[in-house]
Structure formats: structure tokens, C-alpha cells
Design a binder for this molecule. Structure first.
Ligand SMILES: [Mg+2]
Length: 201
């Protein structure tokens, strides 16, 4: 991405992956609200982003639906409880986009494909140059790049060495958690930080 002027580097929309970003992920999927555990600091981070004026959308693969492990009713119940808890903490989620399919389904929405972000962009008129994706897997970064997001943050103890042969898997920065990501995103407000000048990963 080439930053042509100061304004174009100001981020206004944040796409958040759910599992591993907002709540702890599970290899056996999150199948009920009882299994949904917020990562410490994530509610506060979303509240900070909301207060700073960002629109926030959740972009999440939920193949447990396609695998028959959870119904959409239960998934919506989890979303609803999650949203309520976030709102109680002062945050706001502007929209939730989920992919219910399995890898075998051949859909165009399962990350790393960009379908969910593109749907959100169409529906809400998002300027992707001014959007940031936050995820905990390289597939989140690839999705962000495929959609054309201006900035992409990878969370956790990820290293990018395995992915370095594919530039679409390389994030702008790796940070430990959503709290750190929110601080980073907010600190970019009004600052001219083209990708080429990011600190070394
Ligand atoms: Mg995840």
C-alpha cells in the first residue's frame, strides 16, 4: 500500500476475528455460551476502540455449524451474549459476519478468502484503505490482504518465518493481544505511518 497523504493512513474500521482474539479458542470449537471465555482485556480493548470512534466488525469462521456440531440458533445465542457483555463494558459491535461452511464446501466466505470483509464493505460502505484486520492466524492476514485492508495485525506468539515466502501472510505487526492491538490502532490516529516505515517484525 502506498500512503499518498496523511489522511489516508488514518484507520477508521476494525475487523476482528473472534476466536483467539476476543475469546480463548478451542480445538474442539466453542459450542455454547458456557464455553465462551473472554481473553482478559479484550472487552476493555473494544471499548477503547469504540470510544476512539472506530466501527468494529467481527469476521469469523464458524465451521462447527457446517460440521453439524452447533446450530445457528446456538451460535446466535453466543453472539448475542458476547455482544451484550461487550456493550456492558462500553464497546459496540457494528456487525458480525460468520462463515458456517467447512473447507470442503467451496464457499467464497471462509477465511483466508475475503468474502466476509467484502460483504461488510458493500453493506456498510467501508473504506478498506482505512481498515485494519486483527487476527490470530495467518489466514486472517491473508484474508485482510485479499480484501485490500490497509493494515493487518497478527496476535499471539506467532512468528512469520514459516510464512515469509508468501507476502500475503505477512502482517504489518505482531502483537501479544487485542489490548496491545487497540493501543497500536489508536496511536495511528492522525499519524503518517506508511507500512514501509513500520518497525521490523
Ligand atoms: Mg482465530
Amino acid at each position: 500500500m502506498t500512503v499518498k497523504n496523511k489522511k489516508s493512513s488514518i484507520l477508521r474500521t476494525v475487523f476482528l476475528d473472534r476466536d483467539g482474539v476476543i475469546n480463548f479458542d478451542s480445538a474442539s470449537y466453542i459450542l455454547s455460551w458456557d464455553e465462551f471465555k473472554f481473553i482478559p482485556g479484550s472487552i476493555e480493548a473494544i471499548a477503547r476502540l469504540t470510544s476512539a470512534g472506530f466501527r468494529i466488525f467481527i469476521i469469523t469462521n464458524q465451521s462447527a455449524v457446517g460440521r453439524g456440531l452447533i446450530t445457528t440458533d446456538v451460535l446466535f445465542n453466543i453472539f448475542s451474549n458476547m455482544t451484550r457483555a461487550i456493550e456492558s463494558g462500553g464497546g459496540q459491535i457494528d456487525g458480525i459476519f460468520f462463515c458456517p461452511h467447512t473447507p470442503k464446501d467451496g464457499c467464497d466466505c471462509r477465511k483466508p478468502l475475503p468474502g466476509m470483509i467484502l460483504n461488510a464493505t458493500k453493506k456498510y460502505g467501508i473504506n478498506l484503505d482505512l481498515a485494519c484486520m486483527v487476527g490470530d492466524k495467518p489466514s486472517d492476514i491473508k484474508c485482510a490482504r485479499a480484501a485490500g485492508c490497509g493494515y493487518a495485525i497478527l496476535l499471539g506468539n506467532n512468528t512469520i518465518s514459516d510464512a515469509s515466502h508468501d507476502p500475503d501472510l505477512v502482517p504489518d505487526i505482531v502483537l501479544p493481544d487485542l489490548k496491545a492491538a487497540a493501543n497500536r490502532i489508536i496511536s495511528r490516529l492522525g499519524k503518517d505511518l506508511p507500512r514501509a516505515k513500520e518497525p521490523a517484525l
